[in-house]
Design a protein around this ligand. Structure first.
Ligand SMILES: Cc1cc2nc3c(=O)[nH]c(=O)nc-3n(C[C@H](O)[C@H](O)[C@H](O)COP(=O)(O)OP(=O)(O)OC[C@H]3O[C@@H](n4cnc5c(N)ncnc54)[C@H](O)[C@@H]3O)c2cc1C
Length: 385
């Protein structure tokens, strides 16, 4: 399909954020939505490389509230969009090994329960019952929410792409956005490698490249690309189907059942900011050593696949969501800092409300506006994996 000459809204980026925004704009009746993705398929970057985890267990009220809005949308997804998404409520189990984390998570559990998330506090004996394959050396306590789990990111993207197209939106691959025309403080157009589009509203849904798109309008969008890696084993028959998504919070190690095997990742705290997505094999050794300590059965498994992807890290690990006040017509949905897949449904809806109704009303997103960095109003999230 040729790139059109005009649109009502152009969305830059076809990961979960861009496609969810396109669907929700079209659903709310926006007539001429155009999404541009430079890859040949949608969801090839952060979204397609993510671990698929969905959880209520966050350390700030705003993140828990977004989960409480977003996870039920994943529940309804197949019914609403006709696309199965392999939803599995295996629960998230956080393992806590320091007094500081125990104190912080105690408060978080109280806050999560107050907001309506059914997170439980567990003693080591209860954790052993729940996950007998896990080595609990050094574990002081844990938290578990049976309504956390997993969904398939590619299916979610595909569901939004098909749903948006059925509603009349145009979503194009192989179109690289190279500039944004701003005149008199207002968005006027989008420049691509295949021509220019006249448009008054642009959504920056470029994931790890959100900062680059911000530069196109001369506004700092503080999103840093940071490499993260994943390894997946071959079959391990002893791992039961209801094996939880386990996170060793102090090390950042995590693992969950994937197919017949285990998917595992661990953040390198010294990873420099870069767009490099090659595998760091030295770090993989450190990661797998740690993983085998916590889940000794991994010693019996071979690796089936591995890949690297980019987290889109904001200075306070919270999304940058909503209008960008410096440029009329410029909106951002980015900076999810490694937990955006699960928040994609809700945040696409919230941004569609902000664009079409003037403000998001399913949830107040003004604390998430980009202005907070200029104003020094950062929201600190303790629970980053
Ligand atoms: C290893 C790893 C594990 C993760 N695990 C989880 C998890 O368990 N749970 C969870 O919720 N989140 C997880 N995340 C985070 C999650 O993947 C992201 O927060 C989310 O996918 C971000 O979606 P996005 O649409 O903003 O970005 P992306 O999916 O990266 O989409 C942005 C798109 O914009 C396109 N683009 C950029 N610039 C341009 C341009 N100039 N022109 C045209 N197109 C452009 C890119 O090609 C890309 O497709 C993980 C991430 C990684 C890397």
């Amino acid at each position: 399909m040729d790139v059109p000459k005009t649109a009502d809204v152009v969305i830059i980026g076809g990961g979960v954020m861009g496609t969810s925004t396109a669907y929700h704009l079209a659903l709310k009746g926006c007539p001429n939505v155009l999404l541009l993705e430079r890859e040949s398929f949608f969801g090839m970057q952060a979204t397609g490389r993510c671990a698929g985890g969905i959880r209520h267990q966050f350390g700030t009220e705003i993140n828990v509230r977004i989960s409480l809005l977003s996870l039920p949308m994943l529940d309804r997804f197949e019914e609403e969009l006709g696309q199965p998404i392999d939803l599995r409520y295996c629960g998230y189990l956080f393992l806590l090994t320091t007094d500081q984390d125990v104190a912080a998570f105690r408060q978080q559990v109280d806050m999560q329960q107050r907001l309506g998330a059914q997170t439980e506090w567990l003693q080591p004996a209860q954790i052993a019952d729940l996950a007998p394959l896990v080595n609990l050396d050094g574990v002081l306590a844990g938290t578990f929410n049976a309504h956390d789990g997993l969904a398939d990111p590619n299916s979610v993207v595909q569901g939004y792409v098909s749903g948006a197209r059925r509603l009349g939106a145009r979503l194009l691959n192989d179109v690289d956005v190279t500039g944004i025309r701003v005149e008199g403080g207002k968005v006027q157009g989008v420049i691509t490698d295949q021509g220019e589009i006249a448009v008054p509203v642009v959504v920056n849904a470029a994931g790890p490249w959100a900062g680059v798109v911000g530069e196109m309008v001369g506004v700092p969008i503080p999103v840093a690309p940071v490499r993260r890696q994943i390894a997946v084993t071959g079959p391990i028959p002893q791992v039961p189907p209801d094996f939880p998504f386990v996170i060793d919070f102090a090390t950042g190690l995590y693992f969950h059942r994937e197919g017949q095997g285990i998917l595992t990742g661990m953040a390198n705290p010294d990873q420099p900011v870069s767009f490099d997505q090659s595998m760091d094999m030295e770090w993989e050794l450190v990661h797998l050593e740690e993983a085998m300590q916590r889940l000794p059965i991994l010693e019996q498994a071979g690796l089936a696949s591995r890949w690297a992807g980019l987290y889109e890290v904001s200075p306070d690990a919270h999304p940058i969501l909503g209008r960008v006040s410096e440029v009329d017509g410029f909106y951002c949905i980015g900076g999810f800092s490694g937990h955006g897949f699960q928040h994609g449904p809700a945040c696409g809806l919230l941004l569609a409300e902000e664009i079409l109704d003037g403000a998001a009303h399913s949830l107040d997103i003004t604390p998430l506006h980009n202005e907070r960095f200029r104003e020094g109003k950062l929201i600190v999230e303790y629970n980053v994996v």
